[in-house]
Ligand binder design. Structure first.
Ligand code: R5P
Length: 291
């Protein structure tokens, strides 16, 4: 039976809201932590709570290099805890999942190796970019799937004639997972090179003419992929274009690029906290932690 008082949630610097939401779902305590930088730029992390012999769950997304350091520091800081679980809502570095050029680091493996610590019981990640990288973790590591939450959110909006579109072949499984439970049509875009300078992007099977399109991707970073896809879909007669993603990094001028390309709304989960994090995955994570 799930005993709430047993667990303490330890919030990392990048996932404070997520940690509080998970704690609220589980009705358990969230520990206060202190984060600061030394004058030379090094990070300092302290857990301001007695965690000795407690069951703790650290929640920390890896968005920046400092976030990775913070996670490693938190794992070390809770050394005296009885049992340690780590939740990484957004696992950065996952896109460098192989050597594209000789001599490159497989960054996903390098990060996984840092986290292969005997003291950790279990690691949870969420829609990791390529779940083949889970092989690099020697821990019991589970990839949680937020596609249901996205599908449910879209369904509640009661959009007329929605079509779920993945911007590339890599997004096909996600588009399918979002669409299928609700019976929405789905497709992915296909890029066809017309000449050295010209590419044509079209849906592979469906026409989007007059339809409300929801583009889904796992990550939005610069917004370039979505802006290109939205421009093409508009040219093909799509009605409203909305965009959803699991992990919204929204770097540089991503937001502007997407809206300029005709996107009407941007919806992300809260694996990375932003103004667009309308879908919370806290409940899904909490359910897993109860198991
Ligand atoms: C790539 O494989 C990912 O699934 C995303 O499509 C990509 O990371 C998006 O990046 P950006 O927003 O910079 O185009």
């Amino acid at each position: 039976m799930w005993v709430r008082e047993k667990m303490k949630i330890i919030p990392g610097m990048s996932s404070q809201l997520m940690a509080v939401r998970i704690a609220s779902e589980l009705d358990c305590n969230v520990s206060l932590c202190e984060f600061k930088k030394f004058p030379d730029g090094e990070s300092y992390t302290r857990v301001l709570d007695d965690i000795k012999d407690e069951e703790v769950t650290i929640v920390q997304s890896i968005i920046t290099d400092s976030d990775l350091i913070c996670l490693l520091q938190l794992i070390d800081a809770v050394e005296e805890a009885h049992e340690k679980t780590v939740v990484i809502p957004y696992l950065g570095y996952a896109r460098q999942d192989k050597k594209f050029k000789p001599g490159e680091a497989i960054s996903a493996r390098a990060v996984a190796r840092c986290l292969c610590l005997d003291t950790i019981k279990r690691i949870y990640v969420v829609n990791v970019h390529n779940n083949a990288i889970l092989q690099y973790f020697d821990k019991d590591t589970k990839d949680l799937d937020a596609s249901l939450s996205i599908g449910d959110y879209i369904a509640k909006k009661e959009i007329t004639r929605p079509v779920i579109i993945g911007p590339d072949a890599g997004a096909k499984e996600l588009a399918k997972a979002v669409a299928t439970p609700h019976g929405f049509d789905y497709d992915v875009l296909e890029k066809r090179r017309i000449s050295g300078e010209e590419v044509e992007i079209t849906p592979r099977a469906l026409s989007v003419e007059g339809k409300n399109v929801i583009i889904v991707d796992d990550i939005i970073s610069t917004g370039g992929t979505i802006a290109e896809a939205a421009t093409m879909l508009k040219a093909q007669g799509a009605a409203d274009i909305q965009v959803t993603c699991i992990h919204g990094l929204f770097v540089q001028n991503a937001t502007l690029r997407m809206f300029k390309a005709g996107v009407k709304e941007i919806i992300a989960t809260d694996t990375i906290e932003s103004a667009f994090s309308s879908i919370s995955i806290a409940k899904m994570v909490a359910e897993e932690l109860k198991r």
